[in-house]
Design a protein around this ligand. Structure first.
Ligand code: UDP
Length: 352
């Protein structure tokens, strides 16, 4: 039995959607590790809420989103930083745990690694973003071999200096997602509404293919969203809202397909496996995590990044995809059991 301390992302409370995919990853991992008899405690920003799991809530100012950083953006901390407060709490109780798992993509937890007695495992949830964080990941990789975990090979390539790291994949609670074999006519786009996620490409493709597009997710960059609404006011798209997992799957399962059009290198792409679990095929740019998650012409289509006409071609051919195969693919490759096996192996190895 492992005594595990999970430190959440400092960009916002769990359940808010601000943290993106890492929120679901942390939740699923906590659930699966508990089920396997391990003891999991979560430290997270104030107002965090997870179904059936309690967190120790820490006050403080959230960390800025790193997605819009430039390569040379320095590390910035607000006054009364929630990230600093969370790690201060962890320091006080570290003797009670076998392993601390860091879910923040940030400089401080990496920097603190040698100052803790307890081993810290770092789940790196994005591709390379800034030089300052890369430097710190490099140092931890050298001094604490295998404490760095990433989701995919495609993500790892953005850190070419990594030598001793784990590829952990990801997984979801597949039975929570209900299979749907009789979709409506509309397509969907799901994610944080923020420039790196490339919503405008999906809107353009929907317009050209003359199909309806439903949009789900947290509006993170309001200026970006307002611009989109003005610029594409003639297109048939609709913002549906941000939903918890159970509601989200209910709404997206009737989609003909989802469009995944990120401008950055996604580490993984939770929404891909969530959609496939419902039997919804995925049309994605062949870049980053999605390139390894979608099986071209089997569970959807991989298209040349930033190429709208290829998206349109895929939309027109979507009937060729067998929805049952999409579901089967996730059941085999991305279940909580698969997730748990990989993470448990990593954690047990680090405990020694
Ligand atoms: N999501 C959600 N409700 C919504 C839309 C999205 O909970 O209405 C979640 C979704 O389940 C997924 C996350 O938002 O876990 C997006 O993660 P992804 O890995 O696709 O991208 P990221 O935000 O990490 O870049």
């Amino acid at each position: 039995m492992l005594r595990l301390l999970f430190l959440s992302t400092p960009v916002g409370p769990l359940g808010s959607g601000i943290g993106g995919g890492v929120e679901l990853t942390l939740y699923n991992l906590a659930k699966e590790m508990n089920k396997r008899g391990h003891q999991v405690k979560i430290i997270a920003p104030q107002q965090s809420s997870l179904p059936y799991i309690t967190c120790q809530e820490i006050p403080g100012i959230w960390q800025e989103m790193i997605q819009s950083s430039k390569r040379d953006t320095p590390i910035i901390f607000p006054r009364n930083s929630v990230l600093a407060n969370m790690w201060n709490s962890a320091k006080k109780v570290e003797d009670n745990y076998d392993l601390i798992v860091n879910f923040a993509f940030d400089w401080l937890p990496l920097y603190l690694t040698p100052f803790f007695k307890c081993t810290i495992a770092h789940l790196i949830s994005m591709g390379s973003m800034t030089e300052a964080i890369d430097d710190m990941i490099r140092q931890v990789d050298i001094s604490f071999p295998y404490t760095i975990g990433v989701h995919t090979q495609e993500q790892a390539k953005t850190f070419p200096f990594l030598k001793n790291f784990y590829i952990l994949g990801n997984g979801i609670d597949v039975p929570l997602y209900k299979f749907c074999d009789n979709p409506s006519n509309s397509f969907s786009w799901i994610g944080r509404i923020s420039p790196e996620k490339g919503l405008e490409d999906a809107i353009l493709a929907a317009k050209t293919a003359n199909v309806k597009l439903k949009i789900f997710g947290k509006i993170q960059d309001i200026d970006y969203w307002n611009n989109i609404q003005t610029k594409y006011s003639d297109v048939d798209f609709q913002y549906e809202g941000f939903f918890d997992t159970s509601k989200l799957q209910e709404k997206i399962r009737v989609s003909k397909a989802i469009l995944v059009t990120p401008k950055w290198i996604e580490a993984f792409g939770n929404i891909i496996i969530e959609s496939l679990a419902c039997g919804v095929p995925v049309i994605a740019y062949k870049r980053g995590g999605p390139a390894g998650l979608v099986k071209n012409e089997e569970t959807g289509f991989l298209v040349t990044p930033d190429n709208i006409s290829e998206l349109v071609h895929a939309i027109k051919n979507i009937e060729k995809i067998d929805r049952k195969k999409c579901r089967d693919y996730v059941e085999i490759n991305y279940s909580l059991k698969v997730l748990g096996d990989r993470f448990e192996e990593w954690m047990l190895m680090l405990k020694k």
